[in-house]
Design a protein around this ligand. Structure first.
Ligand code: GRF
Length: 220
């Protein structure tokens, strides 16, 4: 059984999707700890509702990133955590942290990486005129949103979209792919080589999407 800690700063809808999937029983893992850096994060309330232990690790005034991460590592190690899942955790982890959990930290990002890393991604995707966006679960490395990609879901960007509408459309897919990535990890099906992830026994997809759709000869 893989012991999982989820780190979250906000509402925790992704945390919820993972808790729900694990409680449904088909994944050999358990969320043993939820940590937030924000006292008012709703993610903490969600965890408590499910009887999951919670921790608050707030940044102290003037504290350096490494010092904060050291405190975080201590809590995680004390709980014997194997997998760290970032779910809207609004801090960048230091190399020190990543060395403590090598290829054992997952993150979800609301764009089709490597496009649109960083912040304000929905507005940027719309303004770039992209026809598709989506979400990406990846292993965290020392860059910002650059680690090996595990799974992605694609959604169309529609002409009357605004960032909020697009974010909601993408969030629904986040809730599907994040539990799936956790499942693949817990089943030991992920291998990373040369920056690429291999998923053992993955189904092959051959679906092609266009936006706007290309009409068939009969529709013209
Ligand atoms: C999600 O959009 C996720 O992609 C990003 O932060 C947001 C977290 O939402 N990293 P929630 O707290 O899981 O509801």
């Amino acid at each position: 059984m893989v012991s999982i800690a989820v780190l979250a700063s906000g509402s925790g809808t992704n945390l919820q999707s993972i808790i729900d999937a694990l409680e449904a029983g088909s994944i050999d893992g358990k969320v043993d700890l939820v940590i937030s850096d924000k006292a008012d994060a709703y993610a903490i309330t969600r965890a408590k509702k499910h009887g999951i232990e919670t921790g608050l690790v707030e940044k102290k005034n003037g504290e350096k990133r490494e010092a904060y991460d050291e405190r975080l590592i201590e809590v995680l190690k004390a709980h014997d955590i194997e997998l760290v899942v970032l779910a809207g955790f609004m801090r960048i982890l230091s190399p020190l942290f990543l060395r403590a959990f090598p290829m054992r930290v997952l993150n979800i990002h609301p764009s089709l990486l490597p496009s649109f890393p960083g912040l304000d991604v929905h507005r940027r995707a719309i303004e770039a005129g992209a026809r598709f966006s989506g979400c990406t679960v990846h292993f965290v490395d020392e860059g910002v949103d650059t680690g090996p990609i595990i799974i992605q879901a694609v959604v169309p960007i529609l002409e009357d979209d605004n960032p909020k509408i697009l974010a909601d459309r993408i969030l629904e897919e986040e809730h599907r792919i994040y539990p799936e990535a956790v499942r693949l990890y817990c089943e030991g099906r992920l291998t990373v080589k040369g920056g690429r992830v291999t998923v053992k026994d993955a189904l092959r997809t051959t679906g092609v999407l266009e936006n706007p759709p290309v009409r068939g000869v009969k529709d013209r």
